[in-house]
Design a protein around this ligand. Structure first.
Ligand code: FEO
Length: 169
């Protein structure tokens, strides 16, 4: 395994682990601030990020590299509102998309087409995640401070969480 690629994959593994913890922190905030549906949705998303991390760990190990774990910074635990939570989710997903794209670019520069091919799954996943989070954020913005509307969105998030199967690696 090319050392530059190995190091970049390890960096991405760290980012996926951080994403999982960030969404866990957001799920806890939602659960303790009266948004049970949003909390279920984010707990489920925490598992998805864990799956993203595990998938990359297995790939790296199987290709002759070695996955590394690093210290992680503490994720934010205070949020202004549900809108603030999902605005940050979207912002974070955009950051992850940029990171995956850079990683893909590196595999092309280094002519590691196998890893480039492996990363295609993440590229597609990022398109879906950004689109989903952007839709949720738009709905939250639309209802504004309307309590009934917010209640409805929370129920919708609960339904989305139940509809998603638990991810497996
Ligand atoms: Fe692992 Fe939500 O990107």
């Amino acid at each position: 395994m090319n050392k530059k690629i190995e190091s970049a994959l390890n960096d991405q593994i760290k980012k996926e682990e951080f994403s999982s913890r960030l969404y866990l922190s957001m799920a806890i905030w939602c659960e303790t601030n009266g948004y049970p549906g949003a909390s279920s949705f984010l707990y489920k998303h925490t598992e998805e990020e864990r799956m993203h991390q595990m998938k990359m760990i297995h790939y790296l190990n199987e290709r002759g590299g070695k996955s590394q774990l690093f210290e992680l910074e503490k994720p934010t635990s205070e949020f202004q509102s549900l809108q603030d939570v999902f605005a940050r989710v979207l912002e974070h997903e955009k950051f992850i998309t940029g990171s995956i794209n850079n990683l893909y670019g590196l595999t092309m520069d280094e002519k590691d087409y196998t890893t480039g091919n492996f990363l295609q799954w993440y590229i597609t996943e990022q398109v879906e995640e950004e689109s989903l989070m952007s839709t949720i954020l738009d709905k939250i913005k639309l209802v504004g401070h309307d309590k009934a509307g917010m209640f409805h969105i929370d129920k919708e998030l609960e339904a989305m969480a139940s509809a998603t199967k638990s991810p497996s690696v």
